[in-house]
Design a protein. Structure first.
Length: 390
């Protein structure tokens, strides 16, 4: 196990009606809040009125900035920075899914920035201060409510880059599983695959010979997500299953799974970000296409981990390990059956991408490989992986 630092200062308030306590958590942060959210769902599920009422009890003035996109974009975040500065905002309430919370982090960092916001996402500048954030999670998937990461898309450049800073970790996160009842099952499946992918990236890529703690964490949490999703697909208002998914969403990418895990990196995300950045597809759907393709490309190099995944997570018995390549094919086939069973796509054409620009996608993967220090993929390799996605 390698050396690491783990820092998670977020106070999590979890359960039915949890958001009613937002005023108490917000009061010490100041008297003017930016309420950042997406579209109409916040008003339909009652959280919009509840947040206004509870902050109002504390004498907190609310400035609104709605319209965050599912793949949040730089211009909207920059407008949020302008609003915060002009209105003298003290803190941000990010009410929505990972996209809203991700953009809130960009706005929080941009408030104090002395450079263009994209300079920070391009790793040409470092965040040293940010506005406080309170997260109200409504669509669990990214762990953005409990981690230091943010992802934005620059539509002018077609780039989807990430930023990490401990200054951007939310001070508090409110998680009420009942507000997720109305999420369409298709998008619940996308979110669950994102949760799984966050954990499986390190599980597949680690070079550690012995990692029972991290492996056990990922195996248990992954099986829990898969079991809970199966129940939600039958009954979207199964509270315990929704709660399990929401808690898994907060844990999967908050740093625990990969803490000290030698060699772990996130190639499936490296290949997916250009797809959702250029073509604006749902992130979880893009990952469902990319990860099996990446596994097919990598199977001869990581056969031991793929076979372990098949046995420990997919529950495949009696795998013939005398032919590792054939065993991997069996596991990947079963994984694809699972992806199909939950309603996720397995090809780019199913996401509406019939003729992807492989050259531009390759260019962006190369840029991300530098930013994320993921090595070992030639242009030919990158093109082959995307071709496997077709």
């Amino acid at each position: 196990m390698t050396d690491f630092e783990f820092y998670t200062p977020t106070k999590v308030i979890f359960g039915q009606g949890a958001v009613s306590g937002i005023g108490k958590e917000a009061a010490p942060l100041g008297k003017t809040a930016l309420l950042l959210y997406g579209r109409d769902s916040l008003k339909k599920n009652g959280l919009y009125d509840l947040i206004h009422r509870e902050l109002g009890k504390q004498g907190i003035r609310i400035v609104e900035h709605p319209g965050v996109q599912p793949n949040p974009v730089l211009p909207h975040a920059e407008e949020g920075v302008r609003i915060c500065r002009s209105e003298g905002v003290d803190f941000i309430v990010a009410a929505g899914g990972g996209s809203v919370i991700d953009e809130a982090k960009g706005i929080a960092a941009g408030f104090y920035a002395d450079k263009d916001l994209w300079e920070y996402y391009s790793k040409r500048a470092v965040v040293d201060k940010a506005l406080p954030i309170i997260a109200v999670q409504t669509q669990p998937a990214t762990s953005s409510e409990t981690n230091a990461a943010s992802v934005l898309t620059n539509p002018e450049r077609g780039e989807k880059f990430g930023l990490r800073s401990p200054y951007m970790i939310p001070k508090a996160a409110f998680l009420d599983p009942s507000v997720t009842f109305t999420i369409p099952v298709q998008y619940t499946a996308y979110a669950c695959f994102d949760i799984l992918c966050h954990m499986l990236e390190g599980y597949f890529t680690t070079t550690a010979e012995f990692s029972p703690i991290q492996d056990g964490f990922v195996e248990g949490l992954s099986k829990g997500v898969m079991e809970s999703l199966a129940r939600v697909l039958k009954n979207p208002e199964d509270y315990d299953s929704r709660a399990s998914i929401m808690w898994a969403g907060a844990l999967a990418w908050n740093g625990l799974a990969n803490a000290g895990l030698e060699g772990a990196h996130i190639p499936s995300h490296m290949f997916e970000h250009p797809l959702s950045g250029l073509y604006d597809i749902p992130h979880g759907a893009g990952l469902a296409v990319v990860m099996p393709a990446w596994l097919k490309f990598m199977k001869d190099r990581i056969s031991r981990r793929i076979i372990l995944f098949g046995k420990k997570i997919l529950g495949i018995e009696n795998l013939d390990e005398s032919d590792p390549s054939a065993a991997c094919d069996t596991v990947i086939g079963a994984f694809e059956e699972f992806i199909r069973s939950i309603g996720c796509p397995l090809s780019l054409s199913e996401t509406g991408i019939d003729s992807p620009d492989i050259q531009e996608l390759t260019k962006q993967v190369n840029a991300l490989s530098v930013l994320w220090n993921i090595q070992g993929y030639s242009d030919k390799d990158i093109a082959e992986i995307y071709e496997l996605c077709l």
